[in-house]
Design a protein around this ligand. Sequence first.
Ligand code: SF4
Ligand code: SF4
Length: 396
Amino acid sequence: MSRTEHDIDWGKLKSELKEAAPQLGIDKIGFAAADPFTELKGILLKHRAKGFESGFEERDIEKRVDPSLTLAEPRSIVSIAVAYPSKLKDPPRSEPGAYRGMLSRSAWGTDYHHVLRNRLERLADWIHARVPDARLASMVDTGALVDRAVAERAGIGWVGKNCSVITPEFGSWVYLGEMITNLPFPPDQPVLESCGDCTICIDACPTDALVGPGQLNAQRCVSYLTQTKGIIEDDKLKEKIGNRLYGCDTCQIVCPKNKGIHFDHHPELQPDPEQVKPLLKPLLEMSNREFKERFGSSAASWRGKKPIQRNAILALGNFRDATAVPQLAELLRRDERPEIRGTAAWALGRIGGEAALEALDAAREHERDDAARREVEKARMKLRERKDDHVGSAEV
Ligand code: SF4
Ligand code: SF4
């Protein structure tokens, strides 16, 4: 270091950094000790044992709780928050025959991973300009550490019963990132506010995925389900997905701590209404190139085109959009992806009608994929039973 550790007033440097944060595009910055998150280890192990993980997280639990496994001899962790918008100006309307899907707010604007990486780079430049040989390790979302635990320890906010970090200033509409450092910044105090007796998010969750305060069964969470690539086998879960194409905001929208909170001062995070609330039927025919052009810049694109198309089919089924039957029948007949064929079969069963039943009867003859076949059979049975009921009631 050009200056020794003892020459630097770390408390003063921290205050200067807090003051500089807005110019770096950071809305809130907090400092935590880099001790292991010992209390978290048991929680993560239990979570895994119960099968509540999404599978998208870092597998090595030791790495998730011990900052020294990412950066040797860490002294502090800097946690940052960037606020994102919660409201869409002039949202396009869903109408019969022209229904729309919805991307969650975390997929509005430019992929937040890029935005946060940019902020962390600016933060690193700021630190290196003052402490040239500082050692820093930055991470966003898929990094080893648990963002929420870091943010809570660093005084950014508290972890609500909906598992989001809630800041007093920006509610839970914030992206989080962190930087492990070898610099002895003094730590901040955790936020004292809490959820109290409120359980609104737990009661509002459409799939009962919040199995307790701050405990999420990711396998039931719509946000996770929309990011999976296979056929969603549970029909009840298919229905609960509604018209969500990516992510789910319900437990944040209902939170009273988010009431009236909307910050849209970061130009990169501004939503394009046609991208975040797109018409469903055109999505079914998107080429890979069109998908890249339309969604490539959004965080919703990370799992590729298929989950978005599968979810668009679910949404059309959930809207019971009869005008989509010809397109769904065509997908069932010709699409090369069994997940798309199986989901189209389910949607046809949910929409119903003669043409849907004909398409399902035809698929019964040629469908060879086991999972897609099961969907065809279930949907056919449902429509056949409905038809028999109608005939029966007409005869009475
Ligand atoms: Fe429930 Fe949606 Fe929240 Fe997941 S994101 S816990 S499904 S409300
Ligand atoms: Fe906490 Fe209520 Fe918000 Fe849930 S809805 S996170 S319980 S304040």
